[in-house]
Each structure stands twice: as structure tokens, then as C-alpha cells.
Design a protein around this ligand. Structure first.
Ligand SMILES: NC(=O)c1ccc[n+]([C@@H]2O[C@H](COP(=O)([O-])OP(=O)(O)OC[C@H]3O[C@@H](n4cnc5c(N)ncnc54)[C@H](O)[C@@H]3O)[C@@H](O)[C@H]2O)c1
Length: 318
């Protein structure tokens, strides 16, 4: 029997979940009160479908299995999994999660896409079954990137984590169970560190947005997509691996190589960053850039599988 994903909030991330679930042959029911939401979602799915086809669709997968409804209560009916994707504001998320908890069947898992809130805070107003609420943090584009960070709060039961793991695997994802809740989980902490440093480099006039992106694209980024930070540095230590790398570069940890504290987001900095990105985009609309990125990611994911087949067992190792 086919499964149903309920998606609450259909912005960039909600739409990404919708496209992923449809491609895996699930039924999807969506709710978003914004005017024109359904038309935007259908255009989004159309734009993503080509790369999803290249990746391989599940049997019966079709954009026609998406249905929009007019209320949150109607949306949760029959759901095997509910995914909350409203804007990143704690009060709003708590209100929506409490309403979902009140309306949904008690056994249904409720995942939140939050980028940084802790699950214990998100569960606080859920009066019925707070233990079924879990952070399930994806990465844009959700329909192609496999990682989902699963983070339980004080109330989250181990049964919820286990069931959630199986459900997200059913959506062809790689769940990473984060053992301890922390603002920003794991990956956003890493991305935020790079982001803060990049903003300083622009703010201090050291580099343009384009130059910083070139440093990532033609340098560290290429390696990261296969091996990540630690294993990459293990290789940087030569034959003796990480031990030699730490001997050589350990002292640099005491040097002022990073600021880490975010710079003040002044109007001037905003203008520099926005103008820099618009220059790089060179008039190409985001949907066109999305398609280019998606085609690249489909091939890149194939390369990761080819050159690091052990990663297939990732779920077992983490
Ligand atoms: N954008 C990213 O790269 C990214 C990545 C991972 C996680 N997230 C997280 O995903 C969540 C959504 O982010 P986004 O970037 O998709 O935001 P977004 O602004 O693109 O979309 C939010 C959507 O929620 C809808 N919404 C607002 N109030 C609602 C309500 N009461 N009920 C139902 N829908 C409502 C809005 O109409 C909008 O369509 C956030 O928690 C964010 O932190 C974002």
C-alpha cells in the first residue's frame, strides 16, 4: 500500500519534501495558507522532475499524486508521516506543532525541518503525544540531497527515532541520528562557521562573493563532497595521516585564522553580498540555476557512490 506524506508549509523546503516523496511513489497532501501556494508548488515540482527522472523514479511515481487541502486538520488525515516546514520562528513553529499534535492520529510521527531550534523547545506546547515530535532537518534541494538529521528532544521516545529512521529511509534518505540536541544541529553549525567567515571576508574588503565561491568550488568543496572535513585532513597529513597533519597545523589553531563571531549585518554588507550574488547569477533566474545544480548533483551523487561505495552502509556506522 502506498504511503502518505503530509507537508505543512510549501516554501523552498516544503516543496523539496513534496518532490522527493512524489518521486519515491508516495501520495502527498499539502497545506499552505498563502495565496497561489499550490500553483507555485506545481511549478516547482515540474522544474525538479527532470532531474528526478534522471535519478530514477519509484514505480507509480507521479506529480498527480499531490493534493492540496484547505486546512491543517484535513492535511493530517491518513498521514504516515507529517513534515512541518513553516518559517523559522519559534512561536509559530510551536503553535503549528501543537495543532498538528492535537489533530493527528497518535501514532503518526511529526518531523520538523527546523534549521536550528532544539526539539525540546518545539515540543513544549504539544499536549497529546509530544514524544512523536522529532527534528528532521533536510538540505536544499531536499529532493536530491540524501541527508536528514534526526534530533530527539526530552520527550522524544526511542520508538519515535526508530520509526522516523525507517520512514526517512523509505524516502531514500540517509538519516543521521544526532545524539544530543544542540542549536543548529551538526551540519548547520559547520555551514554557519564558514558563512560567518565568508561574510567577514566580504565586509573587510578582502574578497568578493565570486572570489570566495571560487575558493570553495575549485578547492575545498570538491574534496568535501567525497570525504568531509576529517578524512580530507587525514590525507593532508601524508603517510602518517591525521597525526602528522595535527603536528604540522596544530599550532595554526592558536593563530588568528578565523573570527567566527558573525559580523554586524549592516545595509552596506547586505548590498555587497546581494550585488555580488546578482553579478554571479548574471541575469539567470533561480529556477534555471536550480536545474543546472540539480543535473550536477545527480551526476555527483553517482560519483560518490562509485568512488565511496562503503558510504552505502552509512546508516550502520552512525
Ligand atoms: N531554505 C533552506 O535552505 C532550509 C534548509 C533546511 C531547513 N530549512 C528550514 O525549513 C523551514 C522552512 O524554510 P523555507 O526556507 O522553506 O521557508 P519559506 O519562507 O520558503 O517557506 C515557508 C512557507 O511556510 C508557509 N506558512 C507560513 N505560515 C504558515 C502556516 N501557519 N501554516 C502553513 N504554512 C505556513 C509560507 O506561506 C511559506 O510558503 C524553516 O524551519 C527552515 O529553517 C530551510
Amino acid at each position: 500500500m502506498s504511503q502518505q506524506l503530509t507537508v505543512i508549509g510549501t516554501g523552498v523546503i516544503g516543496n523539496g519534501w513534496i518532490a522527493r516523496a512524489l518521486a519515491r511513489g508516495w501520495d502527498v497532501v499539502a497545506f499552505d495558507p498563502a495565496e497561489g501556494a499550490e500553483a507555485r508548488t506545481r511549478a516547482f515540482v515540474d522544474n525538479a522532475w527532470d532531474s528526478l527522472e534522471k535519478q530514477g523514479l519509484a514505480e507509480g511515481a507521479s506529480p498527480e499524486r499531490l493534493r492540496f487541502v484547505a486546512s491543517l486538520e484535513a492535511a493530517v488525515e491518513g498521514a504516515d508521516l507529517i513534515q512541518e516546514n513553516v518559517p523559522e520562528r519559534l512561536e509559530l513553529k510551536c503553535e503549528i506543532l501543537a495543532a498538528l499534535d492535537a489533530a493527528a492520529a497518535p501514532e503518526t510521527i511529526i518531523g520538523s525541518s527546523t534549521s536550528g531550534f532544539k526539539p525540546t523547545d518545539l515540543q513544549r506546547d504539544c499536549a497529546k503525544v509530544p514524544g512523536r515530535v522529532i527534528v528532521a532537518h533536510p538540505f536544499n534541494p531536499v529532493y536530491l540531497l540524501p541527508l536528514v538529521e534526526l534530533v530527539g528532544g526530552e520527550a522524544t521516545t526511542s520508538a519515535t527515532t526508530d520509526t522516523a529512521q525507517a520512514l526517512y529511509q523509505g524516502l531514500a534518505m540517509r538519516p543521521l541520528v544526532v545524539k544530543r540536541e544542540i542549536e543548529g544541529h551538526i551540519a548547520d553549525r559547520l555551514m554557519e562557521a564558514l558563512w560567518r567567515e565568508a561574510l567577514h571576508l566580504v565586509n573587510d574588503g578582502v574578497a568578493t562573493t565570486e572570489e570566495i565561491d571560487a575558493a570553495v568550488v575549485y578547492g575545498c568543496g570538491l574534496r568535501w563532497s567525497l570525504m568531509g572535513t576529517f578524512l580530507t585532513f587525514h590525507l593532508a597529513g601524508g603517510e602518517q595521516g591525521m597525526r602528522h597533519m595535527l603536528e604540522q597545523f596544530g599550532p595554526a589553531l592558536k593563530l588568528p585564522w578565523t573570527k567566527l563571531e558573525a559580523p554586524e549585518l549592516t545595509d552596506e554588507l547586505i548590498d555587497k553580498v546581494v550585488e555580488g550574488c546578482e553579478y554571479q547569477a548574471a541575469g539567470r533566474p533561480v529556477a534555471e540555476l536550480d536545474r543546472r545544480r540539480d543535473d550536477f548533483l545527480v551526476e555527483l551523487l553517482g560519483l560518490v557512490q562509485k568512488y565511496w561505495p562503503e558510504a552505502e552502509g552509512l546508516e550502520g556506522r552512525i
